[in-house]
Design a protein around this ligand. Structure first.
Ligand code: FUB
Ligand code: ZN
Length: 586
C-alpha cells in the first residue's frame, strides 16, 4: 500500500442491512431519548444558569457540557442521514443554549461560570475545560458540514481563539488532564486550513510529560512521559487512546516520525495483550485503566464503551497512516463486539462497562450520572460510515463490509451484503476506467473466494488487502465469499482467567452463552465439546435477525455441593447437552 495516501471526507452512505438498522435506531429513538435525558438530568439547565437566563447552582460532573456537545455532533450526523423538522428544532434550541452560555471573551463551560468563574483554567488536571472544548469543536464541524451553518462553528472558533490566547505561542504551556482536543483541533485545521489549530494541537501534545509538570505527572492523565517517548499503553484507557488518536491525526498532517513511532508502539502494546477478544480495552475498575499485559479478567473487566470507541478512533487513524489491514481488523472486532454491546438494539439503554461474564445482574441502563458513553455511542454509530472506505491515489480501499455506497472525489463503488450475518459481498464499481480496488481479507478467513465477473481471482491472504487492478467498465462486479463458519478460539496461556476456556466466534462476532437462552441453566457449568459440529440457528433477538449457534457439550448430572474435593476423587458424571449462544453484543 506504500505511496497511496488515503483522503478524508464524508462520502459513503449506508444503503440497507445491519448498519441501516443500527443507525435508524439511533436516529429514530436514541437521539430523542438522549435529548430527554440531557434535559431531565439538568444539562440544558446548567447552560441556562451559566447564561444567566435561569437561577440556581450547577451540579454534576465538570465535563457535563461535553455530553451536550456529543449529542449535538450525533444529532447533526443524524440530520444528514434523515432530516426532520423536529430534530432541526431541537438542534437549533441546543445551539442557542450553548451560544447564550458563551462569555464575551469566548469561554464556555457551565461548571466554571458565575461564582465559579474565578476557577477557570485553574486545575487543568481535573477540570476538563479543554476536553469540553474539543467536543464542542467536533460538534461544530459536524454541524457546519450538515447544515452549512456558521452558528455553532462561530461559537467554537471564538472559544478556540481564547484557547490560543491562553495556551498558544503567546500564552502559557498547558494541556488538559483528559486528552480529546488534539483530535478536534487537527480536524478544525483540516476544516479551515488555519495553521493556528494544528500548532495548538502540537502545543497540547508537547506539554505532557515535561518538567515543570503542567498536569499531575501521573499515567492517569498521560503526563508521566512526553508523548513521543511513550511505548506502553498505560493509565486511564479512554485518555490514553484519545491521546494517541490525536497524535496519529497530527502525524497525518505533519509526518512527525517520533510521534508515529510512539503511536505504533502503543498500538502494539494494546493489541499484544491489553485488549479483550471483544476489542474492549481497560481491565481495571481502579482508575478506569489499562492493566498489565495479559491482565484481562472477564467478570471484572471494565472495558468502558467510550474506551471501545476510542480504540476504534485510534485504529482508524493508524489505518489512514499505515494502510495495514491489522488496524481494520481491530476496528471490526471492536465495533461488532465491545462497542455495540454498549447500546441496546433500540438504542435507548446503555452499558458503561462491558464485562465478558456476568452473574445476570449487570444490565443496560437508560442513562448515567456520568453520561459520557450514551452520546458517544450515538456519534460512533452514525460515523461508522466513515470507516468503510478510504479513497487512495490509485483506487479505493474497502476496509469493512456493509450494505453501502461510496462516492469519492475520483472513484466510486456500491456494496451489497448481509454482513455481519453473511460473508457474501458483491461489489459494483460505480466509476469507470483504470484503478484498483483494495479488498480486505479478514484474518479469520482462510478460504476466501474472490471473483471478478465470475472469474476467480487469486493472491488474497488473510489480514491483507488484495489489490484488484483493472480497467473497470459498467456492469463489472466483484464477488467475495468469506465463509463464516463458527470457530473456537483459545487465548494466550498467560490470560489466566481463560484457563480451560475457549471463545466462540463466527465471522467478526464473539458469542455469548446466557441462562436466558438455555432454560435458566447455570451455563457456567456447561463444558463445550469444541470438536463437535456447531449448528447455525437463525433467530430474532429484540427484532434483530441474528445467527445464533447451537453447540454440543455436557452438564454435570448433579452439582457438586462442596468447594473442595480430593483431587483423586471421581469428577461428577456429566450428561450430553446443547447450549445456545447468541452474539455477545445483543
Ligand atoms: O472524564 C470524562 C469521561 O468520563 C471519561 O472519558 C470516562 O472514562 C469517564 O471517566
Ligand atoms: Zn464513557
Amino acid at each position: 500500500m506504500s505511496g497511496s495516501k488515503a483522503a478524508t471526507g464524508r462520502v459513503a452512505k449506508i444503503t440497507g442491512g445491519f448498519w441501516a438498522r443500527r443507525q435508524q435506531a439511533v436516529i429514530e429513538k436514541g437521539i430523542s431519548h438522549g435529548y430527554e435525558q440531557l434535559r431531565e438530568t439538568g444539562s440544558f439547565e446548567a447552560l441556562e444558569i451559566a447564561a444567566g437566563t435561569r437561577t440556581g447552582s450547577i451540579r454534576g460532573y465538570v465535563f457535563r457540557d461535553s455530553d451536550v456537545y456529543k449529542w449535538l455532533e450525533a444529532a447533526s450526523l443524524a440530520w444528514a442521514v434523515q432530516p426532520s423538522n423536529d430534530l432541526r428544532e431541537r438542534i437549533d434550541h441546543v445551539v442557542s443554549l450553548v451560544g447564550a452560555a458563551q462569555h464575551s471573551d469566548g469561554y464556555i463551560n457551565s461548571s466554571f461560570s458565575n461564582e465559579n468563574a474565578p476557577l477557570r483554567f485553574h486545575d487543568l488536571t481535573r477540570d476538563h475545560e479543554i476536553y469540553c472544548a474539543g467536543h464542542l469543536i467536533q460538534a461544530a464541524v459536524a454541524h457546519r458540514r450538515s447544515f452549512g451553518s456558521e452558528k455553532l462553528f462561530g461559537i467554537a472558533l471564538k472559544f478556540c481563539g481564547l484557547l490560543n490566547r491562553e495556551f498558544g505561542p503567546d500564552g502559557k504551556v498547558g494541556a488538559c488532564g483528559h486528552p480529546e482536543a488534539e483530535m478536534a483541533l487537527v480536524e478544525l485545521y483540516r476544516e479551515t486550513g488555519d495553521q493556528r489549530w494544528l500548532s495548538l494541537a502540537r502545543r497540547f501534545l508537547d506539554a505532557r510529560g515535561q518538567f515543570p509538570r503542567v498536569l499531575s505527572g501521573s499515567e492517569y492523565v498521560q503526563d508521566h512521559l512526553p508523548v513521543s517517548e511513550q511505548r506502553e499503553a498505560v493509565g486511564h484507557a479512554v485518555r490514553c487512546l484519545y491521546l494517541f488518536a490525536g497524535a496519529a491525526d497530527y502525524v497525518r498532517e505533519t509526518n512527525d516520525a517520533r510521534l508515529l513511532e510512539a503511536a505504533r508502539a502503543v498500538w502494539e502494546d494494546v493489541y499484544h495483550g491489553k485488549a479483550y477478544i471483544t476489542g474492549g480495552v481497560g481491565s481495571r475498575h481502579d482508575g478506569e485503566s489499562l492493566g498489565a499485559q495479559f491482565e484481562l479478567p472477564n467478570a471484572r473487566a471494565y472495558a468502558e464503551s467510550c474506551a471501545a470507541i476510542a480504540a476504534v478512533m485510534f485504529n482508524q487513524r493508524m489505518l489512514n497512516l499505515d494502510g495495514d489491514a491489522k488496524y481494520a481488523a481491530m476496528i471490526e472486532r471492536t465495533v461488532y463486539n465491545g462497542m455495540l454491546s454498549g447500546i441496546s438494539l433500540d438504542a435507548c439503554r446503555y452499558f458503561y462497562v462491558n464485562p465478558l461474564e456476568s452473574d445476570g445482574t449487570h444490565e443496560r441502563k437508560p442513562w448515567y450520572d456520568c453520561a459520557c458513553c450514551p452520546p458517544n455511542l450515538y456519534r460512533a454509530i452514525l460515523s461508522f460510515t466513515d470507516l468503510l472506505y478510504s479513497e487512495m491515489e490509485d483506487g479505493i480501499r474497502i476496509n469493512l463490509f456493509a450494505d453501502s455506497e461510496f462516492k469519492g472525489n475520483r472513484f466510486g463503488v456500491r456494496v451489497k451484503t448481509d454482513w455481519p450475518w453473511s460473508g457474501d459481498v458483491r461489489i459494483e464499481p460505480a466509476s469507470f476506467g483504470k484503478y484498483s480496488l483494495f479488498v480486505r481479507i479478514p484474518a479469520w478467513c482462510l478460504d476466501a473466494e474472490i471473483a471478478v465477473n465470475g472469474e476467480p481471482v487469486s493472491g488474497g491472504a488473510p489480514e491483507r488487502y488484495l489489490r484488484i487492478e483493472r480497467d473497470w467498465r459498467d456492469g463489472d462486479f466483484v464477488t467475495l465469499r468469506f465463509p463464516m463458519s463458527a470457530r473456537f478460539v483459545r487465548s494466550h496461556p498467560l490470560i489466566r482467567e481463560n484457563h480451560g476456556c475457549v471463545a466462540l466466534m463466527r465471522g467478526p462476532m464473539v458469542y455469548c452463552i446466557e441462562s436466558a437462552d438455555n432454560e435458566g441453566r447455570d451455563v457456567r457449568e456447561f463444558r463445550v465439546d469444541a470438536r463437535a459440529p456447531v449448528e447455525e440457528v437463525p433467530m430474532k433477538v429484540c427484532g434483530e435477525p441474528v445467527v445464533a449457534l447451537r453447540i454440543s457439550g455436557s452438564y454435570p448430572v448433579s452439582r457438586s455441593r462442596v468447594p473442595y474435593e480430593p483431587a483423586e476423587s471421581e469428577p461428577p458424571q456429566r450428561e450430553p447437552a446443547f447450549a445456545v449462544a447468541i452474539p455477545f453484543f445483543v
